[in-house]
Design a protein around this ligand. Structure first.
Ligand code: AMP
Ligand code: MG
Length: 337
């Protein structure tokens, strides 16, 4: 299959591909998504084949107007309305009991469906001109999520019909996922919308233990995607907790191992290994925006090990921490201990 690269002025063409049951990678404000007609099970099955995604990992359905949720869910409770009103369009996915229009391929056999209204204009235009779109991240399953059309091309050239090139993604990590199918609502995946923002809007929420911890033996994942090793480059990623000074000392003791330091701008002048920087230490949005492209860069440069600095676990940093835990396969060194 020839993969066509389209500009954001060629969304009509992309909409035709979707209506024929094809696959289009689209820009969103979080990461690039690999989209198919959400109500066409056969089209959705192609997403799983193109990505090599396990069939038991459900997909998020993307809409362009809040009213479109009505045909997708069987209930739209008050708390969901409040969240939609406050955070849509934006990087928040809401899980609700599904309607019987949702194909099994989308919900992976669960009785719920995940829905999001993205902020990116090209994504919304594509939905308006076609239909609600099932779309996971447009990478090969397991590898870092794509935040540019070039990343999508690296993974998906020859496997999908088209890519809409909408430039680099603004948020850089996938959406926050919250389930309103349980009470109290439960955060299943951290993202650009923080737990504090969610509590401000709807009161008590819980944070699923899989956000920061590996699943125990025999434990079931509330969000099936959380059980897989994820986002991992070929390099071995090790996550380092502790002060900036302790981190710098630790990485400088690791010379000659074809290793790199994934650090902050302020650290680079003190580090003797090659550095790839997430940005200034306190600019957390920048860490989120760069994390996946830095993991891909590590592979392009052929590093065998990446020592990644953990700068925090609050706010947007929770999303970065969650992705780094998975990229490292939970290999964490705590220098304070
Ligand atoms: P991706 O689209 O690749 O970013 O992955 C979507 C994430 O949302 C995965 O972690 C899924 O397991 C999760 N997800 C999607 N639908 C549901 C659902 N109905 N219940 C729980 N988790 C879901
Ligand atoms: Mg993904």
């Amino acid at each position: 299959m020839e993969t066509e690269v389209l500009s954001v002025r060629e969304v009509d063409k992309a909409a035709e591909i979707i209506k024929r049951g094809g696959l289009v990678a689209m820009p969103t404000e979080t990461v690039y998504g690999l989209a198919a007609d959400a109500l066409n099970g056969e089209a959705v099955a192609k997403i799983f084949r193109a990505k090599g995604r396990p069939m038991d990992n459900p997909l998020i359905v993307h809409i362009a107007r809040v009213e479109q949720i009505n045909e997708l869910v069987s209930e739209f409770p008050e708390k969901a309305r409040i969240l939609a009103e406050k955070f849509w369009p934006g990087p928040l996915t809401i899980i609700l009991p599904k309607s019987d229009r949702i194909p099994d391929e989308v919900s992976a056999g669960l009785d719920t469906v995940a829905v999001r209204l993205p902020g990116h204009a090209a994504a919304r235009e594509l939905i308006e001109k076609s239909c609600p779109l099932a779309a996971p991240s447009a990478n090969l399953s397991g590898s870092p999520s794509p935040t540019t059309a070039g990343h999508v091309w690296q993974d998906m050239n020859g496997r999908i019909d088209a890519i809409i090139d909408g430039g680099a993604c603004e948020v850089g990590v996938e959406s926050t996922v919250i389930s309103l199918a349980v009470d109290p609502p439960r955060l299943l995946r951290p993202g650009g919308i923080t737990p504090a923002q969610l509590r401000d809007a709807i009161g008590e929420i819980t944070v699923d233990s899989a956000v920061c911890h590996p699943l125990g033996e025999g434990q079931q994942a509330a969000s099936p995607g959380m059980k897989y090793k994820h986002y991992a480059p070929k390099a071995n990623v090790i996550l380092i907790k502790g002060s900036a000074e302790a981190y710098i000392r630790y990485v400088n003791e690791r010379q000659g191992k074809n290793a790199a330091a994934m650090c902050c701008d302020e650290d680079t002048e003190y580090i003797t290994l090659p550095c790839i920087s997430m940005g200034k230490e306190n600019e957390h949005e920048s860490h989120a925006q760069r994390i996946f492209s830095l993991l891909r860069l590590a592979d392009e440069r052929g590093y065998s090990t990446v020592y990644a600095r953990c700068t925090g676990e609050d706010g947007v940093e929770l999303a970065v921490y969650n992705r780094m835990l998975r990229a490292s396969g939970f290999e964490v060194i705590d220098l304070e201990k």
